[in-house]
Design a protein around this ligand. Structure first.
Ligand code: SAM
Length: 241
């Protein structure tokens, strides 16, 4: 079964190359993913294709109308489309996006992502969505880059989208820790060598080294992850050593 993304935006052309190139494009050709780029202006309901208006109460900027969003979402319920399992509003005021949220979303069949612009949407849009997501504590000019982050993080968890289906389980966050450092050729570069253990071919020693480096890195960079990382007594001893 493919995972269907409906991306609702004022600038569909921003997302077109993103959804048709590289691994996402290949997965779409194979039928593992499907992308609909939906231009909110098609649902403006006026011949000027105007989707926004001035904020009640005054102030700078324009606000995207709730009735435009409602019409665009209603169209997603028309056959042959199957209604979205989730309608996600992209907003700096949303739930922080994490690997856990990506894993949850990757279990769904159809996700609609609503990208804002200007001052964002009329607050009543909240009644039309299933969740609100922020990709970080900063403000961008539009939701397209946020939608791109979510598509990338969710799509790679679907079977067949990346080469080694299980490789994501060992990646940063999915494993509970940050990833261990990786090296490739040349073995020597600018006086920096690839660690001997990785060149020795001793599989168990390599696994032990990788686990200890993942622990060290997480301890140094993201100690907040350790309490929920499922550490073994051996991991804890290695950290204290
Ligand atoms: N007035 C809004 C505020 O202060 O929360 C900011 C609106 S922002 C300029 C325009 C659009 O960009 C938002 O509607 C949202 O879709 C998107 N956006 C900006 N930053 C975002 C973030 N950190 N996460 C998710 N979406 C974001």
């Amino acid at each position: 079964m493919s995972l269907h993304f409906s991306l609702l935006t004022l600038f569909p052309e921003l997302l077109r190359p993103f959804t048709s190139e590289a691994l996402l494009g290949k997965a779409a050709v194979k039928g593992l993913l499907a992308f609909d780029l939906i231009d909110l202006r098609e649902y403006a309901g006026n011949r000027w294709r105007k989707v926004d208006d001035a904020p009640y109460g005054g102030g700078a900027g324009m606000v995207i109308r709730v009735d435009v969003v409602e019409a665009a979402l209603q169209a997603l319920h028309q056959p042959p489309s199957t209604p979205p399992d989730e309608v996600i509003l992209l907003t700096p005021a949303g739930q922080p996006f994490t690997q856990k949220v990506a894993e949850e979303l990757s279990e769904k069949n159809h996700l609609a992502l609503l990208c804002g612009r200007y001052e964002g949407f009329d607050a009543r849009v909240e009644t039309l969505v299933t969740r609100e997501i922020s990709i970080g504590d900063f403000v961008m000019m539009g939701g397209e880059a946020a939608a791109a982050c979510i598509v990338e993080a969710v799509a790679r968890l679907r079977p067949g989208v990346i080469g080694d289906e299980e490789s994501w389980r060992a990646d940063s966050y999915s494993s509970g820790l940050l990833d261990y450092p990786e090296y490739t050729r040349p073995a020597q570069w600018q006086g920096l060598s690839v660690p001997d253990v990785l060149q020795g071919g001793h599989h168990a020693a390599i696994e032990r080294w990788r686990r200890s480096k993942a622990l060290e890195r997480t301890w140094a960079r993201r100690p907040d992850l350790l309490p929920t990382a499922g550490l073994t007594p051996h991991d804890s001893a290695s950290l204290l050593a």
